[in-house]
Design a protein around this ligand. Structure first.
Ligand code: GP9
Ligand code: MN
Length: 619
């Protein structure tokens, strides 16, 4: 007779195995920055509590099926764990439910996924063959788990989880109410309870859309009116009627600008452009993206609102009403609006979202000739992308607003030898070494694009906005980064590394200026609308004109960190920018409150689709 029995010892053995695996994977894979024994204990407790909890599903199965269900629950937990490991290696972040709905995106990671899997990953599943043997083995029916033990196990799971919750709350008050930071949640609740929390948040989000009310709009409009600076009147309309080139520079961070490797510039073209007449370079400009990466940067730039704390707004709220820059330019200034991006049009849900943002035309992979020869990594190489866009540009009705999203400088930063304008760097970190070569390649592609635009007569009557979409080198590469920058990468430096270049170039203008005021992607919409002479009365914008004479020195990042002219707050510490060291936290508190409030308002607008409500109130 082949019957698998299920004993209390089986249960505890497997629970402890899952707990140990979860604990060590969390410690070694996720950079949780455990700073004390208590924090380690909390993580262990959470791993044990949730392991027991997940596996106790088996206790409710029929006696003869219990062992099988137990193994499947174990497998389920392992898949969650490993899924997060892969996701973390790429995004330095944890999976959320909205991200799971982006499975089309996850699949599209394609070659990048292979870069993320290592042979040693087989160890994640090392115990599964043993379980299989175990299941096949002929085991007697003795010691089948007794019903009263079932109650005890569940009671133990509950005690473990509530103790975990209690200690987590002691360690980090407001943990569950301030969910900016997924790392903090995983650190204190463990990976499995984090997912339960994420599920609850997701359901709440769905509910909020259904119950949004008008009072929220009034409060937010009042806040925006009271706190935002007036745009610079002197610059109103100076670029009226010009074509606009908005160029998103993939994964481009400011630290490469004006820097060299072995005596060779990494971005010679950008460096020259920054020195050219008619250029304003913003050296303290930050990306403000979250999990939505490029799509978040697009969202922020278009709407002057923040992306969401979890998932990508491109996926979760593409049916909302937006007052995007594209649609305002179209309606108020007669612009033709187009996006160029040589990738699958449904990637990041762009085809749907671009409709909501009011674009007239999306030139996607279908509009480009993409061959094995002219593509690398994620698709069409940037130089070909720009080159093949020229004939389309020539046909566009003018004035146009054209957005270009580059691709070659994307992880894993692959490049064929013939496209290397500088050699790879020489640290032990291949990703960082290659990054410089792909940034350099992108720079060359931009140079040629500008030359072609000049030849085609598309340069003079246009303005150019070039911005980095988000970081390219995550904290997982701190070691090599610290070697490159010749300083330790502290949390303070990590925030500095979130600077991305912003270059505004106005052909025919005389002035050249480097602007050092602290600013972010959220400021682009009000800035450009002012320069293009479009005034908007009834809108919710969280940014303000970069040229405003009253411009506040304050930028909020999506994880709740913020930067002022004097301070940086991140990881719950307030740093003095002069010393780069933590200082009295109370100095940062008023800003922290503002940051929380503003992010919350922006989330409310999106979750509640409040611009629709605003439109209904002011038809
Ligand atoms: C791909 C491009 C890159 O279409 O948006 O995506 P990212 O991973 O940077 O968000
Ligand atoms: Mn990107």
């Amino acid at each position: 007779m082949r019957i698998s029995s299920f004993t209390v010892s089986h249960f505890w053995l497997i629970a402890i195995l899952l707990c140990i695996k979860t604990f060590f994977v969390s410690i070694f894979t996720f950079d949780l920055q455990l700073e004390s024994f208590v924090q380690e204990f909390i993580l262990l407790l959470s791993a044990l509590g949730s392991s027991v909890c997940i596996l106790s599903v088996a206790l409710f199965a029929k006696k003869e099926k219990r062992l099988r269900v137990l193994v499947f629950s174990y497998l389920f937990a392992t898949i969650i764990l490993y899924g997060n490991v892969l996701y973390y290696r790429f995004f330095n972040d944890f999976i959320t439910i909205p991200v799971l709905f982006q499975s089309r995106n996850l699949l599209k990671l394609g070659t990048s996924i292979f870069e993320l899997i290592t042979p040693l990953d087989v160890l994640f599943f090392f115990e599964l063959p043993l379980f299989w043997l175990f299941l096949k083995r002929k085991v007697g029916v003795r010691k089948i788990i007794l019903e009263q033990r079932k109650g005890k196990i569940i009671a133990i799971a509950l005690v473990l989880l509530s103790t975990n919750l209690y200690l987590a709350h002691e360690e980090r008050p407001e943990l569950l109410t301030r969910s900016f930071d997924r790392k903090l949640l995983v650190k204190n609740l463990g990976i499995y309870s984090y997912h339960l929390y994420d599920f609850i948040m997701y359901s709440n989000m769905k509910r909020r859309i259904a119950f949004a009310d008008n009072d929220q709009v009034t409060e937010i409009i009042n806040y925006v009116k009271a706190s935002k600076e007036e745009s610079n009147e002197n610059l109103f309309g100076i670029a009226k009627g010009k074509n606009v080139f908005l160029i998103s520079l993939e994964s481009t961070q400011s630290f490469v600008v004006n820097r060299q490797i072995d005596g060779q510039e990494i971005t010679p073209f950008l460096n020259q452009l920054i020195r050219d007449r008619g250029t304003y370079y913003f050296s303290d400009f930050y990306h403000q993206t979250g999990q939505g990466k490029t799509s978040d940067s697009e969202f922020i730039v278009e709407n002057s609102m923040y992306g969401l704390p979890r998932g990508a707004v491109f996926f979760s709220n593409p049916e909302n009403t937006y007052h995007s820059m594209a649609s305002l330019l179209k309606e108020k200034a007669g612009y033709y609006t187009a996006v160029f991006h040589a990738n699958n049009k449904s990637f990041w849900n762009r085809d749907i979202m671009y409709d909501a943002l009011g674009y007239d035309r999306f030139y996607s992979d279908e509009d480009f000739l993409i061959t094995a020869d002219n593509s690398i990594g994620w698709g069409l190489k940037d130089d070909e992308f720009f080159l093949q866009s020229i004939p389309y540009l020539k046909e566009l009705p003018q004035p146009f607003y054209a957005k270009f999203i580059t691709l070659t400088n994307h992880f894993p930063f692959s490049l064929s030898k013939k496209d290397e304008y500088i050699p790879e760097w020489n640290s032990k970190d291949g990703t960082v070494n290659r990054y410089f070569t792909t940034v350099r390649y992108q720079d060359e592609a931009l140079k040629v694009f500008f030359q072609k635009l000049k030849e085609q007569g598309l340069y003079e009557n246009s303005i150019f906005v070039l911005y980095g979409d988000h970081y390219g080198i995550s904290e997982n590469h701190n070691k090599a980064m610290s070697q490159f920058l010749e300083k330790k990468i502290t949390p303070f430096e990590t925030i500095n590394l979130q600077k991305v270049p912003l270059i505004l170039h106005f052909p025919g203008r005389n002035e050249t200026r480097t602007v050092t005021s602290v600013s972010g992607q959220i400021d682009l919409k009000p800035t450009l609308l002012n320069l293009l002479g479009v005034s908007v009365e009834n809108d919710i914008m969280f940014g303000s004109d970069l040229f405003s004479e009253e411009k506040k020195q304050f930028v909020i990042l999506r994880d709740g960190s913020f930067v002022t002219d004097q301070f940086i707050m991140t990881d719950n510490k307030c740093y003095d920018k002069n010393t780069a060291l933590p200082t009295d936290q109370s100095i940062c508190m008023p800003y922290l409150e503002m940051a929380k409030k503003e992010l919350d308002f922006s989330d409310q607008v999106i979750y509640g689709d409040l611009l629709r409500v605003l439109g209904e109130e002011n038809p």
